[in-house]
Ligand binder design. Structure first.
Ligand code: UFG
Length: 329
């Protein structure tokens, strides 16, 4: 297959690129403007296999048009996006422009040049504050921050476009909390000033931060801190390959990607202390804007309809791989 990956120098995009290169049967083009993605990831991927890398921004529609015209892609896997919930509450337009408008540009080009398959990196943040303990794909979507809304709008654009054009199919993957690094140590989370819990915990273990904060312990959860479903990056990456295979013989679909197990912030911090043997300093802080209390995936659809088989469903494996990566960074 001829595949275009947008945001392939980023955390998730680079792991998916690695998994595709390891399959050794695709022609891969990666585009990234390197604003969050890293050149280091591109160099690391060169040791896995051959691919084309084009440094460009999704805003440069003329350049994208040229790329689509000359490549005749079979599929696009679209990662390039901003992902920080709190930042989206402060700078919503930044999110709507990149995550929604730029995605519409890409979908338009797919239609113009006959690209048949679109795998979209969506998010559990589109569910907002769900009532159910485990969220299924049919749970109603009421996002509570601009990040979630920016992704949900793109989901709508994909659905409407596919309804109007029978030659265009999508797989929407709604990620839960992705963490960890590739187990062979080749790739991990590179961008500076990361705000994600496990990344922050590993930086605190290593003394890159003096302490870390728990954002709120007055939520309606077992220990008052927020609950999330943490999934190892390699299992998440493999879900994209399963989705591509699924689209070959099936119609468009939407899949939650998580393990179905929830851990509170306090439990993650305890596990990080156990894995590292370091009793790092943790302080209580007020709630962070935009955080729902609990997000756990029901991923039955992905497990039953595709060939996805998760292999790293273990919080300690996730934290250990993140720590090993952070130690080298
Ligand atoms: N948290 C802390 N201290 C920190 C960092 C995070 O207490 O230093 C807490 C947050 O308040 C939240 C939980 O840890 O309750 C997880 O926060 P993350 O920042 O790691 O992740 P989010 O749940 O906010 O968001 C992530 C992705 C989104 C995705 C969402 C799906 O960034 O793209 O998971 O659940 F939508």
């Amino acid at each position: 297959m001829k595949i275009l990956i947008t945001g392939g120098a980023g955390y998730i995009g680079s792991h998916v690129a690695k998994a595709l290169l390891e399959e050794n049967k695709h022609e891969l083009t990666i585009i990234d403007n390197l604003c969050k993605g890293s050149q280091k990831a591109i160099e690391a991927l060169r040791s896995v296999g051959e691919f084309e890398f084009i440094e460009t921004s999704l805003e440069d529609v003329a350049r994208l048009d040229e790329i689509f015209k000359t490549h005749k892609f079979d599929a696009i896997i679209h990662f390039a996006a901003f992902i920080e919930v709190f930042e989206s509450t402060q700078k919503p337009l930044k999110y709507y422009l990149n995550n929604t408008s730029n995605a519409i540009n890409l979908i338009t080009l797919c239609n113009k040049y006959g690209v048949k398959n679109f795998v979209f990196s969506s998010t559990a943040a589109t569910y907002g504050e769900p009532d159910e303990a485990q969220v299924s794909e049919s749970t109603s979507q009421n996002p509570i921050n601009a990040y979630g809304r920016s992704k949900l709008m793109t989901e709508w654009v994909l659905k409407d476009t596919a309804a109007a054009n029978r030659n265009f199919k999508y797989a929407i993957l709604r990620y839960f909390n992705v963490a960890g690094a590739s187990l062979d140590g080749l790739l991990g989370q590179n961008y500076p000033n990361a705000t994600h819990l496990i990344k922050v915990a590993t930086q605190t273990i290593l003394g890159k931060r003096d302490k870390m904060s728990i954002f709120g312990d007055d939520y309606d959860t077992k220990d008052g801190t927020c609950i999330r479903d943490y999934i190892h990056i390699e299992d998440l990456a493999n879900a994209h390959l399963s989705a591509l295979r699924y689209l070959k013989d099936n119609d468009s679909n939407i899949f939650n990607v998580g393990y179905g197990t929830g851990y509170s912030v306090k439990e993650v911090i305890e596990a990080a202390k156990e894995v590292s043997g370091v009793d790092f300093k943790v302080e209580m802080a007020p709630r962070r804007d935009g955080d729902p209390a609990c997000l756990i995936a029901n991923s039955d659809r992905l497990r039953s309809l595709t060939d996805w088989k998760p292999v790293n469903d273990d919080l300690k494996v996730i934290i250990k791989s993140a720590l090993e990566w952070e130690n080298k960074a």
